[in-house]
Design a protein around this ligand. Structure first.
Ligand code: FAD
Length: 483
């Protein structure tokens, strides 16, 4: 039976970066990284599709980029030597559209996340009614909430900016891009910055304006290119997870599902689906919360109950490639988001070939449509043929695209999107308190779903774990010395 200092379960970005940070912190510690799938990366999944006589497409099934304002994924990529592979977003065509009565309307310039920060484009925009604009402006005068209590994103936006801002800007962005439901989503777990801005500046608009003024000038002093807020890698997001996996020196195993976890003297024992047993002083579970709950049911029932309360939804993406010449109307922005009130079968469309260079060859277009989620769970169940038919009909009606795609790729992510409902942070704290020494949970179900958050949590988990391992080692050395 193999024994390690640490066993890490799950080979997504969280498990891979836990292994990597552990390797940096304790180069002599032994570890195993166990992944049930046939490849590393989990939800990070890039496919390269070569179309004869057209060229090469880079298709993302999961994340297409990471945000650099949260620096942890970027720093990890830099340390892995990937800086010269960074691919920023297209700064020349940044427009996002919102579907209104079936037509794409430009999101006004200067709307940062959900907050207007430029007067003229906002005032002139047809997206929001005159009353809706007035109501958003009232944010400047509404008394700030400073009690530190959680609330839903919907309550927060309605309170500060009004119902129209929620329906036309915040909800479509949340549902389309973050797969989240504003009516249930915790503001403190997902956008704590908004509450901080409210607390510190008395108003979201004033806060956003102040943080924009405080940002360094967009052209860096050393003459380097301004850094994009979102970064990908030239050959897609799998470049990050593949490089990470290549850098790991532990016992790495694919096609290995952990089916059982039990306490053992001095640590824990795990059993895999092939019946193999392994032991370790500590175990990190970098897997979905419900999967962690099932492994922890006997070892830590209280933690397992809290983990089971973290809700998941299923979503999918379908990427479709076209010849540019077959598309009548030019697509000049990153894509469209679709309010729930429009009652469409898809939630959002990204124009991947505009958002990033190198995603489609010259003369071709790559689109990515988001479907499923809590709005349309039925879309997860339709077969491929019907899905393609429905999505093509939506693209025809909304964007005037009736051409036959060169190819399409479908990715269904069942029970893959953890939902940070109100009270989420308290639930996560309860899980952490209820876990016995030597057991850790990390990754997207807990303190941030984005890739940078997962890398950051991995770093923090390793810090806690190394403290634990060092303390056990000292105790064992002292015990040996005195015995
Ligand atoms: C469509 C989509 C688009 C997204 N877009 C972005 C984006 O643009 N930017 C961004 O930052 N984030 C984005 N995200 C979120 C981000 O991709 C995920 O939150 C993140 O990749 C999750 O990483 P993870 O390691 O926590 O989990 P996962 O990637 O789910 O990894 C967990 C791994 O554990 C394995 N596993 C489960 N059970 C066991 C077991 N018993 N034994 C062994 N292995 C097991 C699974 O096979 C899986 O590989 C997106 C997510 C989706 C679905």
């Amino acid at each position: 039976m193999n024994h390690y200092d640490t066993i890490i379960i799950g080979g997504g970005i969280a498990g891979l970066s836990t292994a990597w940070h552990l390797q940096q912190a304790l180069p002599h510690a032994s570890y195993a990284l166990l992944e049930t799938g046939t490849r590393w990366g989990g939800k990070v999944k890039t496919d390269v599709v070569d179309v004869p006589e057209v060229g090469r497409f880079v298709v993302e099934g999961g994340p297409d980029s990471f945000i650099t304002q949260k620096p942890w994924a970027m720093r990890l990529a830099e340390t892995l030597g990937l800086s010269d592979r960074f691919l920023g977003t297209n700064q020349a065509q940044k427009q996002i559209y919102v579907i209104q009565q079936g037509k794409p309307i430009p999101m006004p310039d200067g709307v940062m996340l959900i907050v207007p920060t430029q007067f003229a484009p906002f005032a002139l925009s047809p997206l929001i009614s005159p009353w809706g604009k007035l109501r958003m402006g009232m944010d400047l005068f509404i008394r700030p909430r400073r009690d530190g209590e959680d609330e839903t994103l919907a309550d927060f936006i309605t309170r500060r900016l009004g119902r129209e801002a929620l329906d036309k800007i915040a909800e479509p962005l949340m549902a389309g891009i973050y797969n989240a439901e504003a009516e249930k989503q915790s503001i403190l777990a997902t956008f704590p910055r908004f509450r901080t801005l409210e607390e510190n500046h008395g108003s979201l608009i004033r806060g956003m304006l102040a943080s924009r003024r405080a940002r360094p000038a967009s052209a860096p002093q050393d003459g380097a290119r301004p850094r994009s807020i979102f970064l990908s890698l030239n050959d897609g997001m799998n470049e990050l997870t593949d490089t990470l996996a290549d850098d790991l020196t532990g016992d790495l195993r694919l096609n290995t599902q952990v089916t059982k976890l039990a306490p053992r003297p001095g640590g824990y024992g795990i059993t895999t689906d092939t019946g193999e047993m392994m032991t370790a002083r500590s175990v990190v579970l970098a897997i979905p919360a419900y999967a962690a709950a099932s492994l922890l049911a006997d070892v830590a029932p209280e933690a397992a109950a809290q983990l089971n309360a973290i809700r998941y939804v299923s979503t999918g993406t379908i990427s479709l490639a076209y010849r540019q010449a077959d598309i009548r109307r030019p697509l000049d922005g990153y894509g469209v988001v679709i309010p729930r009130s429009e009652g469409r079968a898809i939630n959002a469309v990204t124009v991947s070939s505009v958002k990033f260079a190198q995603r489609a060859p010259d003369g071709a277009v790559l689109l990515r449509c988001f479907f499923g989620g809590s709005r349309r769970p039925d879309m997860m169940e339709v077969d491929d043929e019907e899905l393609v038919r429905t999505v093509r009909s939506e693209l025809g009606e909304l964007l005037g695209i009736d051409a036959t795609p060169l190819f399409q790729r479908i990715y269904r992510w069942f029970n893959a999107n953890p939902q940070y409902d109100v009270g989420h942070l308290a639930r996560v704290a309860a899980v952490e308190t209820a876990l016995p020494p030597g057991l850790y949970v990390t990754g997207s179900p807990y303190r941030g779903v984005g890739l940078p958050d997962c890398v950051h949590q991995a770093e923090q988990t390793v810090a806690a774990l190394t403290d634990g391992l060092t303390a056990t080692r000292q105790w064992e050395q002292e015990k040996t010395a005195f015995s």
